[in-house]
Ligand binder design. Structure first.
Ligand code: IVH
Length: 671
């Protein structure tokens, strides 16, 4: 093949492969059998091997990784990747500041610090030679790490090249992490498949990065925040602020919560603020990193053996506590999965009283050998539901009782199925009271039908009084029904009835999500609503029709189809419609995936103008508002975001960085 033909073919192949990658990795609806994809891929690899100079620097042969490796190659860092000294309390920070001032011979004045959230992930180093990402490594022992270039290239948000003119050599360090939403989803999937869930997002991220098969890494939505330079030749940064601002304009993700402060009082305020917002962040942080802003001062301060003198990690107290397992009981979830749950002697874990912990599945329980009566360490890690970390074996008395998986459903007594290929135990009785309870709670929840005020306690009473058996029964409740409750006044009853009535016209996607169809999360529900427009259309959809929707793979399609084929569910549908439940679809919804979603933009935006951002949102059927309220779905915060950010956090509104917003938009693009 001559050069020109090769070049044309390479460009064509790159385009084709990029399209199939998108279908496969982002949209989960591959068009091509794996074998055919592999053929295209191998053809490109071979052409790139024959004509190395024609290979495109951002070729997909890099983005999706390749065949599994046997092992990782060690990679020596040009400069050691140091760790950080720890501060566990305010006095440690004050001493750190004192040491610095003494070292610099400062008698007065304040040090300017940059405060950054301490990401709980995995430290990595990216090396750009002549502007092209050449290698990426884990931290390892600080001197030598592992070559994880192929895996890191699959992390969206890592530029494969720098804008021109690029420095001759540019090393960047940062933390790879798995945001909480995909972490929870991953664990849920693992539990449904009977695999042991990851204890925390950090382990999940580390597992993905240290995957010998980079195609698996590519399927985990890992993210990165960059926070430090390594060796740099051909560019000079003067301060940490300068470094972060510059790399942000080069397209690197920088945590929007980073802030420059003056003196220890500024650091303390920041630390306290992060302690407050921590719970509402979409990722895990385990403290605050405090750095001297000025690079000349950093150089003057230098390093100790393993950590720099100019930085310190101020850690949050661990979200762990010691308590006793009072009992291990089986619990039936919304999809019928029966999981072991530990009833704990109530204990406070960083401000929250914990009295139950999930033990995930029966195999995990056996592996960790947790018994009723055991003294255990519990942790709130990356999840609302706490987990048992381990048993304090030393405290065993010999009277502790191991728990056995139940032989029949603990709620309805039906036989339990163990589905092939899954470890999970499942109750298959759709009328099982536990399952019904969970499905009603889900239906009424904020993200679904949002029946304001109708919480678990009310639902339990409705079930106890036999007033509801399915979600459809909610719509035939009367004031008299509610008045049978133990504590209920007419006003509250009216309020609840009003909230139920208002939910009749919720958006279609919320309704679909509320049905609790296995594998149909909020995102998929939106796509289904947009594609089918009415519940009737969705219920009547064939497998083929379902499979034309992006993100709907065979497993999801099968699940939707069997849901609507189930006579019990059809009956519930009919009764819902008869009761006047008629979910709304707006014209816009048909095209947009942000329909019904409200965005607010605040702070200094560096990646796009505010008008452009608004236009993007509206194009997808969303609404861009000027101020934050309970109705806001996302706040996109640029630099120096102020009051709106605080308000969003206090209302629990999801906060996105510009980068995260762009990622969301990318996902919203039509194929
Ligand atoms: S700076 C010499 N900044 O914390 C300074 N580290 O305990 C190098 N980390 O290995 C680190 N967030 O994995 C820095 N904003 C941040 C960080 C951060 C998390 C991790 C990093 C490092 C460890 C040190």
């Amino acid at each position: 093949m001559n050069r020109e033909t090769a070049q044309n073919r390479i460009v064509r192949l790159v385009g084709e492969i990029q399209r199939h990658n998108r279908l496969y990795f982002q949209e989960d609806r591959p068009e091509l059998p794996d074998a055919d994809y592999d053929l295209l891929f191998r053809e490109l690899q071979e052409l790139e091997r024959s004509f190395p100079d024609l290979a495109l620097p951002d070729s997909p042969t890099g983005r999706v990784g390749g065949a599994p490796l046997d092992k990782f190659t060690p990679l020596r860092h040009r400069r050691p990747m140091l760790s950080l000294g720890n501060a566990l309390q305010e006095s440690d920070l004050l001493e750190f500041d004192q040491r610095i001032r003494r070292f610099l011979g400062m008698n007065s004045g304040e040090i300017e610090y940059v405060c950054e959230p301490k990401m709980d992930g995995l430290a990595v180093e990216l090396v750009y030679e002549q502007g092209i990402l050449s290698t990426a490594a884990t931290r390892g022992d600080g001197i030598t790490g592992e070559d994880v270039t192929r895996n890191l290239k699959t992390v969206r948000g890592i530029p494969l090249r720098l804008p021109l003119p690029a420095p001759h050599l540019m090393e960047l360090r940062g933390e790879v992490y798995l945001p909480l939403a995909p972490f929870r989803k991953l664990n849920q999937e693992r539990e449904e498949n009977g695999e042991a869930p990851f204890a925390n997002p950090r382990n999940a991220a580390a597992g993905a990065i240290r995957q010998l098969d980079s195609r698996i890494t590519a399927r985990r939505p890992l993210a990165l925040f960059c926070y430090a330079p390594g060796e740099v030749i051909g560019h000079t940064f003067t301060t940490q602020t300068d470094f972060l601002n510059t790399i942000a304009t080069w397209g690197f993700p920088v945590n929007p919560l980073v802030r420059k402060v003056v003196g220890t009082s500024g650091v303390i305020d920041y630390f306290q603020e992060m302690g407050r917002v921590r719970e509402s962040l979409p990722y895990e942080i385990d403290g605050v990193v405090v750095k001297v802003d000025s690079y000349p001062l950093q150089r003057e301060l230098g390093e100790k053996a393993r950590s720099p003198r100019w930085a310190i990690a101020w850690k949050f107290p661990p979200r762990q506590a010691i308590t006793i397992v009072e009992a291990i009981v089986p619990s039936v979830g919304r999809t019928g999965v029966i999981t072991p749950v530990a009833n704990l002697r109530p204990v406070e874990v960083s401000g929250v009283i914990v009295s139950r912990a999930t033990l995930h599945n029966w195999e995990e329980l056996e592996k960790k050998d947790i018994r009723a009566g055991d003294t255990v360490i519990v942790e709130r890690a990356g999840d609302v539901i706490p987990a048992v970390v381990r048993v304090l074996i030393d405290r065993r008395m010999g009277t502790e009782l191991p728990a056995k998986p139940p032989e029949c459903c603990p709620s309805c007594g039906s036989t339990i199925a163990k589905i092939t290929g899954e470890v999970a135990l499942r109750c298959l009785n759709l009328a099982c009271p536990a399952l019904v309870r969970e499905s009603i709670i889900h239906f009424a929840s904020r993200a679904a039908m949002d029946i304001d005020g109708l919480g678990e306690k009310h639902i339990d009473q409705l079930l106890r009084l036999n007033l509801v058996g399915t979600v459809a029964d909610l719509y035939t409740l009367t004031s008299d029904d509610f008045m049978q409750f133990e504590r209920m006044g007419e006003k509250l009853a009216e309020k609840l009835l009003g909230a139920i009535a208002r939910s009749k016209h919720r958006e279609l996607d919320r309704f679909i999500y509320g049905l609790g169809i296995r594998h149909v999360g909020e995102q998929t529900a939106k796509l289904l609503a947009a594609a089918f427009g009415t519940v009737g259309n969705l219920a009547a959809a064939t497998m083929e029709e379902l499979l034309t929707i992006r993100e709907v793979g065979p497993q999801v399609a099968q699940s939707i189809s069997s849901f609507f084929q189930n006579p019990r569910n059809s009956e519930v549908m009919v009764r819902l419609m008869a009761a006047g439940v008629s979910p709304t679809t707006t014209a816009k919804q048909l095209g947009g995936r942000f329909t019904g979603r409200t965005f607010v933009f605040t702070g200094t935006l560096t990646r796009f103008t505010r008008d452009a951002a608004k236009a993007l949102v509206e194009q997808e059927g969303g609404h861009a508002a000027g101020s934050v309220s309970k109705k806001t779905d996302y706040l996109v915060a640029g630099d120096e975001a102020g009051g709106k950010l605080d308000k969003a956090r206090s209302l629990g509104v999801k906060v996105l960085s510009e980068e995260e917003f762009l990622t969301l938009m990318e996902g919203a693009e039509s194929p």
